[in-house]
Design a protein around this ligand. Sequence first.
Ligand code: HEC
Ligand SMILES: [Cu+2]
Length: 369
Amino acid sequence: MDERDPQDEAAIGHGTEYGGVGHPEEDPRIHGERHPVARMIAIGVLAALIGTGITLLIDWFPEDGDTAASRIDTVYDVLLISSIPIFVLVMTVAIYSVVRFRAKPGDMSDGPPIHGNTRLEIIWVTIPFILVSALAIYGWIVLDDIEAKQPDEMVVRVTGQQFAWSFEYPQQRVRSTELVLPEDRPVLFGIRSRDVVHSFWVPEFRLKQDAVPGLTTHIRLTPDQVGRYQVVCAELCGLGHATMRQLVRVVPPDAFDSWLARRRERAAGGGGGAGGAGGGQAAAGETVFTDNGCGSCHTLSEAGTNGTVGPNLDNISRPNRAYVEESIVDPNAEVAEGFRRGIMPATFEDRLSPEELDALVEYLLEAQQ
Ligand code: HEC
Ligand SMILES: [Cu+2]
């Protein structure tokens, strides 16, 4: 008996409290808490602070590879700091209102008539207008600065094609499938495409530019960190799109000069690099193979490539001249076992000269293992 009393009291006490809160006359829209709007905004501001804090703590950006990177990252930070609080505040107010001012079950009455609020409307049009205009002007100033012409620019012509990039250094008369850049030298890229729209992008350089058939587009940048990066295609361009990435090396200026010298030697002599009986023909074949991006889909030990989209060309299914030639100019005529048609581009017939095709077929046949 003695033990029961406090329990009963608690039950009664709890019952009264519960009844008090849940009583229909206590509808907040009639009697109201003191400041539901103030409370809502307080929660919103708190959530916005937490949201912005989390955003700034996350390390969003890749390494800095050029002089534009830190300025572009600052633009992003400013954008995040100015948009996250507004987004979080608006979402908090919306969610709070949905939960707090929900109609009671069975309440079929109309809400109170509201005719708008001119002051509020002016505020919520003016603030975003000022904010968006200021951000646009700031972004424009930074972009204009980054795109300014620099003294002593080195020109690099970039060509995108399904599914490889190739690079030409017209001032140095060198061509390459690897993008090698000297540290601290401004570069002007002229970007073109041989087939569909691609997009030239090295995340560490931040800048991105479309390669559009029939146009030459440009980017300027100055790499300032020695390192190895990747150029990736950032525009879905076909089945091999995901394989369209190649090595970018930023090297000290003297290493760049010796790389240029080696490239020129190789292009001129041929015998120097490849060696062996194949001589000039094999070296030419290898150049055609690498310049046309065959290696992004095919493994070929001789050329040091390890693509896996297409068959391994170390062991071609029928290693005879006619079949190999047909496989290249008309890839869908006979599809290699275990692979799908329509993946290998059917454009090589137009792209390769008869001499290049000959050299390529010869090279592949000699590379058989
Ligand atoms: C986008 C990927 C891709 C690219 C780029 C590509 N190929 Fe292919 N290749 C394939 C696929 C997939 C097959 C198998 C299907 C077929 O036969 O069409 C194939 C088949 C072949 C075959 C037949 C192999 C066999 O064992 O029967 C040869 C030879 C070949 N490719 C050579 C080349 C050459 C040379 C290049 C560059 C000029 C090249 N490919 C570029 C994807 C590619
Ligand atoms: Cu592409």
